[in-house]
Design a protein around this ligand. Structure first.
Ligand code: OGA
Ligand code: NI
Length: 314
């Protein structure tokens, strides 16, 4: 019997990589391929306990839903702060205001060089312990992924983390919690977050069960399916530059829901501000090709992106 053509053509979906596969070369190749073709992938069997992810979501939801305004104010980003850390609310802006319609809380994660507990919610009391444990686990995962990405460029395992992000003492890990309240009735007219590529290097994201994240590939938007077992990995601008464009900095956006609140927990890995971002491939076989990017410090890169965004809005 002939199978109808349409039935056999499955639309491409975001790559899923099973980290428990014993053939680590296969895992590495899958991570590299996904980063080249999509700039985003989902990892399963990542060894971060399900219960820990549930607790992370529980304590963060508690802060956004149960804290008083005074408690939120207590961790607000100070006016004119150069640092992104703290709580900011933008979800209730007028539709005409071209801002991302999301409330967020940023705070750096240990090591002690960058952490500042002033920006960590005091409530619930277990917030700190849960986030510290999640940070420990998610960092191991991030560094594993950077190892595979380094090897995929013909570099040593540690190259991206040490030369690109400054290594264990300097690389900055930040928690960002996004809170998107329902938007009625205009949910179809506005986005939660406008299309963007991530300023920082690597993004490790877990959402709540409300869909909304979309990624762009091959000229179309794809929904990122919710699956409680996966961690979503997105490649940001610095890795795109360090890889001389080999790994994609995926364009993504979020939609709003008319009924339900969407939340996401994002760990971002970024280089220190004075770190020079440039193709690391220049001394490898791959690096025979001319560098596509001029060296730029991470701080300059951030300033440029922020300036471009403000200009678009005006
Ligand atoms: C971001 C982002 C997506 C999401 O915070 O940069 O893209 O799902 N978040 O909230
Ligand atoms: Ni993003």
């Amino acid at each position: 019997m002939e199978v109808e053509r349409d039935q056999t053509v499955s639309s491409p979906t975001i790559p899923i990589v099973d980290l428990s596969n014993l053939d680590k070369e296969l895992v590495a190749r899958a991570v590299v391929k996904a980063s080249q073709e999509w700039g985003v992938f989902q990892v399963v069997n990542h060894e971060i306990p399900k219960e820990l992810i549930q607790s992370l979501k529980k304590v963060g939801t508690h802060f956004f839903e149960l804290s008083s305004e005074a408690e939120k104010e207590a961790v607000a980003t100070p006016a004119n702060s150069k640092d992104i850390q703290g709580y900011v609310t933008n979800s209730q802006q007028d539709i005409e205001d071209k801002v991302d319609r999301v409330d967020h809380l940023f705070h750096n994660l240990p090591p002690p060089t960058s952490v500042d507990y002033r920006y960590w919610p005091k409530n619930p009391p277990e917030y700190r312990q849960v986030n510290e444990e999640y940070a420990r686990q998610v960092k191991k995962l991030a560094e594993k992924i950077l190892g595979w990405l380094s090897e995929g460029l013909g570099l040593d395992r540690e190259a991206l983390f040490n030369q690109g992000f400054g290594g264990g003492e300097k690389a900055v890990y930040t928690m960002k919690i996004n809170y998107y309240p329902p938007c009625r009735p205009q949910a179809n007219l506005v986005l939660g977050m406008e299309p963007h590529t991530d300023i920082h290097g690597l993004t490790l994201l877990v959402p709540n069960e409300i869909p909304g994240l979309q990624v762009f590939n091959d000229n179309q938007w794809f929904d990122v399916e919710y699956n409680p077992s996966v961690i979503n990995i997105l490649i940001g601008d610095p890795i795109w530059r360090m890889s001389n464009g080999k790994y994609k900095n995926v364009l993504h956006r979020t939609t709003l829901n008319t009924e339900k609140t969407r939340m996401s927990w994002v760990v971002l890995l970024k280089p220190p501000y004075d770190m020079v971002i440039e193709p690391l491939t220049k001394h490898t076989g791959d690096g025979d090709e001319a560098p596509k990017f001029k060296p730029i410090t991470y701080g300059e890169h951030v300033e440029r992106k922020v300036r471009d965004k403000l200009q678009k809005r005006s």
